[in-house]
Design a protein around this ligand. Structure first.
Ligand code: CA
Length: 300
């Protein structure tokens, strides 16, 4: 319980005097009556003041260490990304959400999603007989919570949500949307999750290169997200971990950095906080067009 409370306090920034989940990002227009798909249209914004990189520390917890960071980037005055890192004793839980919905809705959606999946981890997940089912169920609960909030506010808010429950040397990853999980080990980088976006479908169909997809103007078109439909389909992945880095990130990171750049930074640095700082620094150096969030989990 103490661990959970400490984690909740960290999650809400209560240890640091700031709020991790504040801010907002981008205007969103529904492009279909069913609202299954949304167009994120970048809004011209003036940067009113520097947004310092926000870093969340977590306790050292062998056999893995972790660190997370979120940054508004250079073009947006608000940050609609949200992250959570929970030390659950015999397991650890991580979540990244990238909200959308315009006005203040995006920040609300990503926060509700991350808050809900975190609460779903209240019992010792290491005791769970089926961690993948727990991960999927928690994301479905987040979908219900965001959907209900959207109905209450008559809002088209939504969010991506990518989570990882790490028990021992296995990660149970769940994802909806285009925030990603990667595994970096043995000098290579592997994308664990599949983006639920139009451009990802075009890449899979061989009609667009992965490199071109990162900068494609349609890259914000998602066909699956949290908060749009009553029953969301959740992708889940069981990932054995050994000697490498598990990375969760929003598209503000992978949209600015190629896979090789991400791999190089994560393999060149020893300390997770330095990896996070360099990832954000490079994303901003490459344009910083979107909010940037990264969680790195270093596994011995
Ligand atoms: Ca984003």
């Amino acid at each position: 319980m103490h661990h959970l409370w400490s984690a909740i306090k960290r999650f809400f920034g209560m240890d640091y005097g700031w709020n991790v989940m504040t801010f907002a990002r981008v205007a969103v227009d529904p492009v279909s009556a069913r609202e299954l798909t949304r167009v994120l249209q970048p809004v011209p914004t003036i940067r009113l003041r520097p947004e310092p990189a926000v870093t969340v520390h977590a306790d050292h917890q062998p056999p893995f260490t972790w660190h997370g960071i979120t940054d508004a980037g250079l073009m947006r005055t608000q940050n609609e990304d949200c992250l959570a890192m929970l030390d659950l004793g015999r397991s650890a839980f991580f979540a990244v959400a990238d909200g959308m919905g315009g006005h203040d809705a995006g920040e609300v959606a990503s926060r509700i999603a991350v808050d809900t999946v975190s609460r779903e981890m209240h019992d010792d997940p290491a005791e769970s007989g089926d961690p993948l089912a727990l991960v999927a169920q928690s994301i479905r609960a987040a979908n219900t919570a965001v959907k209900q909030a959207a109905l209450r506010k008559a809002s088209n808010m939504g969010t991506t949500l990518t989570t990882a429950l790490v028990i021992g040397k296995t990660a149970y990853v769940g994802s909806v949307g285009d925030s990603r999980a990667y595994w970096i080990g043995d000098g290579s980088i592997t994308q664990i999750t599949r983006d639920h976006s139009l451009v990802a479908r075009l890449v899979e169909a061989g009609r667009l290169s992965k490199e071109d997809a990162r900068t494609d103007l349609r890259s914000n078109l998602l066909f699956r997200n949290i908060g749009s439909v009553d029953a969301v389909e959740v992708d889940v992945f069981r990932v054995p971990l050994s000697g490498g880095i598990l990375l969760l990130c929003s598209d503000g990171l992978w949209g600015e950095l190629g896979d090789d750049e991400i791999r190089n930074i994560c393999t060149e640095e020893e300390r997770t906080e330095v990896m996070c700082a360099r990832l954000v620094q490079q994303a901003n150096a490459n344009g910083g067009k979107d909010n940037i969030t990264a969680i790195v989990v270093k596994v011995a």
